[in-house]
Ligand binder design. Structure first.
Ligand SMILES: [Fe+2]
Ligand SMILES: [Fe+2]
Ligand SMILES: [Fe+2]
Length: 418
């Protein structure tokens, strides 16, 4: 049974979105700090406060499926597209439906929010507050002088930003700890959690599905990989008669096993030739990143090793920790098998998926070399047709999700390139 505080989950994921961009390091968490300080100064009701901070931590998630560089955001290009993409992605997760709507307005100036129909205005106001917090962080990097920042905010009052929120930010800037709080945004958020909203199995699963789409949407090379691994992992878990109560934990671990890939440059994930030593080190670092991100989420004590240890090998030659067999849990071994099987059987932009004979022969040779667990590979051999069909169907559904997302964005932003 999974139980996670939504704030912890979103904080973990916001750290991942921040890995995409090195020029705007910690952007989402810093934006959340500013947003939190505004809420505190305005004494917003807890529910609204929670919504503001969660939205701030996820606000540019729509950049990832668009394959944009997030540094473009410094110069405020293509604002509509990533706002729409973020909305369309988040709204697939029922517990994030309101935050999804906020994302639609996170670049909308106050002049426009003011004119929104009554029913939409409340969400527009929160979007404008995130817009303000976002602008403060982006401008603080362009020029860290406080006078410059004050000027940006003051000039925007009534036009770009709502007055009371802008005044709250100006008040925050008078705090001598202003820059310290931004610099230590991760610690700040740990110290200032918003009210607890505990998510259980089903919600954590839907949330993780959303994030698996974010992970995979970075590149056509990873297209629907996380979905494939999760479903094979789940199917093998069931066939191995491992504890039923852990099935959704296994599924979530599969969805998030490669979450650290978001921190690997796309040109390496998509490199056509073999990787040199230095490049391999960078790519394999994703396992350590997965371990760090998942390990930082309270409630993910099982998800973390089951997901992040998928490149460990029984002979101790795997990574990130070079663990030997006795220290690799069965579920992590199972994830390793699911990962390799998915990688071999799924279609890649440069080749079609391999057939059963080739897949089984590669899996067997990995057992002989001491990499994979022989019993679990035997389980695949005995159930190949069923397991592979589960993967195929799930990946084809995930591909449909991306096609719909692309079509929706085109429809909503007809003049955008995509
Ligand atoms: Fe944005
Ligand atoms: Fe932003
Ligand atoms: Fe991996």
């Amino acid at each position: 049974m999974l139980q996670v505080n939504m704030f912890d989950l979103v904080k973990g994921f916001s750290g991942v979105i921040d890995m995409v961009n090195t020029t705007l390091a910690s952007h989402h968490q810093r934006t959340a700090v500013v947003a939190d300080q505004i809420c505190l100064r305005l004494s917003l009701p807890p529910e609204e406060h929670h919504r503001v901070v969660i939205s701030a931590m996820l606000h540019d998630v729509g950049v990832i499926p668009l394959h944009d560089r997030t540094d473009n955001l410094v110069f405020e290009k293509e604002m509509t597209r990533h706002s729409q993409a973020g909305y369309l992605m988040l709204r697939t997760c029922p517990v994030l439906y309101e935050e999804a709507r906020v994302l639609l307005y996170h670049h909308t100036d106050w002049q426009m929010v003011r004119e929104l129909p009554e029913a939409e205005r409340a969400v527009g106001v929160i979007g404008n507050l995130v817009h303000l917090a976002d602008s403060v962080d982006v401008h603080s990097r362009l020029n860290p002088e406080l006078d410059y920042l004050r000027c940006i905010v003051k000039n925007g009052i009534g036009r770009s930003f709502e007055k009371t929120s802008a005044e709250a930010v100006l008040d925050f800037m008078d705090d001598p700890a202003f820059y310290d709080m931004l610099e230590n945004s991760g610690q700040y958020l740990d110290d200032h959690p918003t009210p607890e909203l505990i998510l259980k199995d089903e919600d954590v699963t839907v949330f993780s599905m959303l994030f698996s789409h974010v992970i995979d949407s970075r590149s056509p090379f990873t297209a629907t990989h996380s979905t494939g691994v999760a479903w094979i992992g789940r199917a093998l878990h069931q066939l191995a008669w491992l504890d039923d109560a852990d099935r959704s934990t296994m599924f979530v671990a599969g969805l998030l096993h490669d979450i650290g890939k978001i921190g690997v440059p796309n040109e390496l994930i998509e490199k056509p030739g073999p990787l040199d030593n230095h490049e391999f080190k960078k790519v394999s670092h994703h396992a350590q990143l997965s371990l760090d991100v998942l390990g930082g989420i309270p409630g993910f004590e099982k998800v973390t090793p089951w997901g992040a240890l998928h490149h460990e090998k029984l002979n101790g030659r795997g990574y990130p920790n070079g663990l030997t067999a006795e220290r690799i849990p069965t579920e992590s071994r199972l994830m390793a098998v699911a990962d390799v099987m998915t990688a071999l059987t799924e279609d890649r932009p440069y080749r079609a998926g391999l057939d059963e004979d080739k897949t089984m022969s590669i899996l067997s040779s990995m057992v002989e070399q001491g990499g994979l667990d022989g019993d679990l590979v035997q389980l695949v051999r005995d159930n190949y047709g069923e397991v592979n069909e589960i993967r195929r169907q799930a990946q084809s559904e995930a591909a449909g999700f991306f096609r719909n997302l692309t079509d929706d964005i085109k429809l909503r932003c007809p003049d955008s390139r995509f």
